[in-house]
Design a protein around this ligand. Structure first.
Ligand code: SAM
Ligand code: SF4
Length: 286
């Protein structure tokens, strides 16, 4: 078991499969983003090797992320290899959903269990403005493909940004009436340097919560108010799905954190918001 100096059992590894992406969300990266050359990124065999080492340390849960994980070449074979790693019991992916229409089925067959799909608005024009390059229909098709492939329960991630989609919260919350999905509202983290967005554009979880209650009625607490991963869960009366709030900015959940991150270029990072990293790729290649 990997216990850190704060007594937390770190057993959940997020592996960034690539820094590349087929979208350019305004809160994530600039439009003229430059990416690292392929040879500086972890190769498939290196990822599988590290997955085995982390599993030996007691890690049992892996989430594949990015950049956009679905743009990685040979993704299905890589997922099959990770899913087959002894000790890994949970394997999921966070994706923008654009390529899921054709990938959901093969990924599920390869051993992927679940997906989180990012969708910040149901308005096609606002979706294009937020993602710069995205087509909302691709993502909607991706969500349905994931559901048909059994990559469930489906969780949808919505980052709310003032000036972009703060008025779309109710429509997103309404999705839970008819669908057994978890719609999770995420406070935007204004990454210094990476984007031009500012702290004043953060919409807090409390503001989103009260917007939903004013529009749709009182939210019922799910799970006794305990965190489910990083989200606090609620339900609209009679809804099939749940609504989650991820308040990384206003109510950090560091004490309950169980995760470590492996960057696409092979660095171990213990926290998204700290600069400290340990290079694993150089010693691995040596
Ligand atoms: N490309 C995939 C996607 O968009 O789902 C996976 C990688 S993305 C970095 C993972 C999650 O982080 C997405 O839900 C995205 O919306 C969220 N995210 C990106 N930038 C963020 C920011 N500045 N603040 C909060 N969440 C952010
Ligand atoms: Fe790409 Fe995901 Fe970042 Fe959007 S949030 S630019 S989809 S990596």
């Amino acid at each position: 078991m990997a216990i850190d100096r704060f007594g937390r059992n770190i057993h959940y590894l997020r592996i960034s499969l690539t820094d590349h992406c087929n979208l350019r969300c305004v809160y994530c990266m600039p439009e003229d983003m430059t990416f690292r050359p392929n040879q500086e990124l972890l190769q498939d065999a290196e990822i599988l090797h590290l997955a085995r080492l982390f599993a030996d340390l007691g890690f049992d849960k892996i989430r594949l992320t990015g950049g956009e994980p679905t743009v990685r070449a040979h993704l299905v074979d890589l997922v099959r290899g990770i899913a087959g790693t002894p000790g890994i019991r949970h394997l999921s992916m966070t994706t923008n959903g654009v390529l899921l229409d054709r990938l959901a089925q093969p990924l599920a067959q390869a051993g992927l269990q679940r997906v989180n799909i990012s969708i910040d608005t149901l308005d096609p024009a606002k979706f294009r403005r937020l993602t710069r390059w995205g087509d909302l229909d691709d993502v909607l098709r991706g969500i349905h493909a994931a559901e048909s492939a059994g990559l469930t329960p489906i969780k949808l991630n919505a980052v709310i940004v003032r000036g972009y989609n703060e008025n779309d919260v109710i429509d997103l919350a309404r999705l839970t009436y008819e669908n057994p999905w978890q719609v999770r509202f995420i406070e935007m983290m204004p990454f210094a340097g990476a984007t031009e967005l500012q702290l004043k554009q953060v919409v807090t979880a409390a503001q989103i919560h009260s917007q939903i209650e004013s529009g749709l009625g009182r939210l019922e607490i799910v799970n006794g108010g305990r965190l489910d991963g990083e989200a606090r869960l609620f339900r609209l009366p009679g809804a099939l799905g749940e609504i989650g709030f991820i308040s990384s900015v206003t109510q950090p959940f560091c004490a309950a954190c169980t995760r470590a991150r492996l960057t696409a270029d092979g660095r171990l990072r213990l926290c998204l918001l700290r600069e400290g990293e340990v290079d694993l790729l150089t010693p691995l290649r040596a």
